[in-house]
Each structure stands twice: as structure tokens, then as C-alpha cells.
Design a protein around this ligand. Structure first.
Ligand code: ZN
Ligand code: ZN
Length: 410
């Protein structure tokens, strides 16, 4: 077995989920990765876990279910399934998920069935979801290679070689080499991210001004009381964990009506399998008023995306990622958000995170009135470049460099 897998498992247990002595750990894992799951289980018990609860999944079986199961099952759920997750969350369990799926594995299924199922099941697991989404319990998502995923990333490369290349890529993003201590690298990485998010929050910028030689010239105002997030989180019990591994971004919410100028994309944008190599959005008072793309079909696709609802044509995220970070330097499209959203400085159109003081406890109307965008969509697009400059303007009129030549100025 690849010796890096053992390091990977130890890293996820120690830094990703950081399971505590006496704590229950729930592991979601595809059946194909059973061997890796056993490594996780062994390491979790070695760290003092009280019990490890396995939840196996199988994308191929899920696909068969969505294609062929009786239609009415998508509108019902069994209360004990919800009770299991809610009870575990209430007991303070930690939730670790391994993603190893084919990005096209669900193509051709009736999407409405998925939506109906989450509508039926969603309210029943509200307690569990609320505890996870607000970081009250520890949770962590990480990925392992899958053959079709690897073949999509490296077309024309024989399957076994493509899987090996994807494993190398994942290890690079996870800061795992054969002779290092990845947990120590991650402690340093987290400390750096946490330090930067604290500094940016303290600076309390009124706006950020983006410029580069591709033609980006964009001013993004930030709402009152905003804070920057990213890196590791702390659970209600005070345990630090990394909800997403890898992670490189520090992000906050833009002020909905405070975005003006032009943003040029710097990495391909995927709309339902169609890759749009480059495009630009022009903003006026927050709203996207112009869409540019070389191919008119691409422009139409983008226009449809931002017309999904009222909020889809406003920004919902401002995220900073250094140009010299590992995923950016790889310059590879992963077709998986866990990696791709960490590839570059990005913006997202659609819903924003509640990144203002008290935002998590506000109603949608209150958030909207405080300048946080609402939408059913949230799509990241990349704007980082090696020459990107970002200058922050403070409320008392000072201008402070945030990014110089694609990287943090501090
Ligand atoms: Zn992001
Ligand atoms: Zn995002």
C-alpha cells in the first residue's frame, strides 16, 4: 500500500477531525475505500475514540436507486434514519467524510428526485445539520482518488497512471510527502490562515480595490460588522478542526449593492459540463450589468446562470488565496469544489455566508437589510493572477496593500 495513505489517515484523525478521547466518531466512506477506512478506524481508536460508527456509501448503488426505485420513496424518509444522525450530533460525535466519487457518476438521473429526497429528509435532520453548519460539532471532508474522476482530469492517460497522478496531486494539496510531518505543516498553515483572518477582520476595510493587467478593475465594499473566516474552526466544546481539507482560502461576504467595475476570470468555469475558458462581469451598484465571453454560447450560459433568481446577479463571497499556494501552482482543474475553490482568489455570485457579527442568528430579511446577498445559487469564479493587486480602503481613508503580485502583502 502507498505509505502516504497511512500518513493521510493520521493527518485526518489528528488535524482534520481531531477526535478527542472518549468521543464518538462517525465516518462516511465509499465501499471502494474500505482499506483506507480501516486505517482511519485504527487511528481513531489509537487517539482514544470511544466508538467509531461506520456509514458506508456507494455511488453506483445511489445511482441505481435514483434511476429505478419506486417514485414515492423520494418523498418519504424513515424517522430512525434521521434520529440516528440527530442523536449522534446531540451526543457530541464528530463527523468525518471521505469523498471519492466520479464527477459524472450521477449524470442522466432525474435531478428532481434528488431535490424531493432532500426536501423530505432535510427538515428531519435539521438538528444535525444546524450543529454541523454552525461548527458546533467537529466535521471534516477530504478526498481520495477515483478512477473516472482521474480519467476526466487527465484525459488520454491510462487509467492506473491517471489514478496515480491524482493521488500525487491530492498529496501535494494535503502537504503530504514521504518524509515530512504533515500534521506539523498543517499546524503552521492553520496558524498563518488564522493570523491573516484576524488581521483582516481588525482592519475592518470599507472596500477592496482589485486590479490586474487582464483588465480587472473592481471595487468591492464590505458590510458593516463583517468578519473574515477560513482555516481551522473551533467546536462548541472548544476543539479545533479543519472542516475542509485541503483549504487555502480566507473569505468574507461582500456588501450586496457595493460592487462596481469589471472582474475578468482567470481559470475555466464549469457550467453543467461546459468549460468557459475566460469571461468578464461588469457590475453597477452590486448587480452584474454586463457579461463578456469570446463564444456567444458561453455568454448565453453565463447569462442564464445569473438569471436563476434576483440574488444570482449579485456577489455573495470574496475569497483570498495566494497565487503561490499549492493548488494554484498546480494549475489543474479538479472538477471538485473541495480543490477548485482553493485554486485562486475568487468571487462567487449568489448567496453569501452570514459573515457579519450575529449574522448566523438573523432571519433572511435581516441579513438582506444588512447587505448580505440571498439566492438559491452560489457559484465561485476565479479572479487571481500573478499580478493581481488588492488595496484595502479603511473607514478613516487609509489605503493598505492586501495583495501585491498575486500574494498576500503581509
Ligand atoms: Zn470560497
Ligand atoms: Zn464559494
Amino acid at each position: 500500500m502507498d505509505p502516504r495513505l497511512d500518513k493521510y489517515a493520521k493527518l485526518l484523525i489528528a488535524v482534520g477531525i481531531n477526535v478527542q478521547p472518549g468521543q464518538t466518531l462517525v465516518i462516511n466512506c465509499p465501499v471502494e475505500k474500505a482499506e483506507f477506512a480501516r486505517l482511519l478506524v485504527r487511528n481513531a481508536y489509537a487517539a482514544g475514540a470511544r466508538e467509531v460508527v461506520m456509514r458506508w456509501n456507494d455511488q453506483a448503488v445511489s445511482r441505481e436507486t435514483y434511476l429505478h426505485a419506486a417514485d414515492e420513496i423520494f418523498d418519504t424518509y424513515r424517522p430512525w434514519q434521521a434520529d440516528m444522525l440527530n442523536t449522534l450530533a446531540r451526543e457530541g460525535a464528530a463527523f468525518l467524510s471521505i469523498d471519492s466519487s466520479d464527477p459524472d457518476g450521477m449524470n442522466g438521473i432525474d435531478h428532481a428526485r434528488m431535490v424531493r429526497q432532500s426536501r423530505a429528509f432535510g427538515p428531519a435532520i435539521r438538528e444535525y445539520r444546524e450543529k454541523q453548519m454552525s461548527d458546533k460539532v467537529q466535521w471534516c471532508i477530504a478526498a481520495l482518488p477515483e478512477e473516472n474522476w482521474a480519467k476526466k482530469m487527465y484525459p488520454g492517460v491510462p487509467a492506473a497512471q491517471a489514478v496515480a497522478k491524482l493521488m500525487d496531486a491530492i498529496c501535494a494539496t494535503m502537504r503530504i510527502t514521504e518524509d515530512n510531518d504533515p500534521a506539523q505543516c498543517w499546524r503552521e498553515h492553520n496558524a498563518r490562515l488564522n493570523d491573516r483572518k484576524r488581521r483582516l477582520t481588525e482592519l475592518n476595510f470599507k472596500s477592496l480595490h482589485y486590479t490586474n493587467s487582464l483588465g480587472t478593475d473592481l471595487t468591492v465594499e464590505l458590510p458593516e460588522g463583517h468578519y473574515w473566516d477560513g482555516g481551522s474552526s473551533t467546536s462548541a466544546a472548544g476543539v479545533r478542526f479543519n472542516a475542509n481539507m485541503p483549504t487555502e482560502e480566507i473569505f468574507t461576504a461582500p456588501k450586496r449593492d457595493g460592487v462596481n467595475g469589471r472582474a475578468v476570470s482567470t481559470k475555466p468555469f464549469d457550467v453543467g459540463g461546459v468549460l468557459i475558458p475566460r469571461f468578464a462581469f461588469t457590475f453597477e451598484k452590486g448587480r452584474i450589468v454586463g457579461v463578456e465571453a469570446e463564444d456567444p454560447r458561453h455568454r448565453e450560459l453565463l447569462e442564464a446562470e445569473i438569471a436563476l433568481d434576483e440574488g444570482a446577479s449579485y456577489l455573495g463571497e470574496v475569497a483570498l488565496v495566494p497565487y503561490d499556494s499549492p493548488i494554484s501552482r498546480m494549475d489543474t482543474l479538479f472538477f471538485n469544489t473541495l480543490f477548485d475553490e482553493n485554486a485562486s482568489c475568487h468571487l462567487a455570485f449568489g448567496a453569501s455566508y452570514p459573515n457579519i457579527e450575529g449574522g448566523a442568528d438573523m432571519t433572511e430579511e435581516e441579513r438582506l437589510s444588512r447587505g448580505l446577498n440571498q439566492s438559491i445559487t452560489h457559484e465561485d469564479f476565479m479572479v487571481g493572477s500573478p499580478d493581481l493587486s488588492i488595496v484595502g480602503a479603511t473607514h478613516d481613508g487609509r489605503e493598505i496593500p492586501v495583495f501585491v503580485n498575486g500574494n498576500f502583502a503581509f
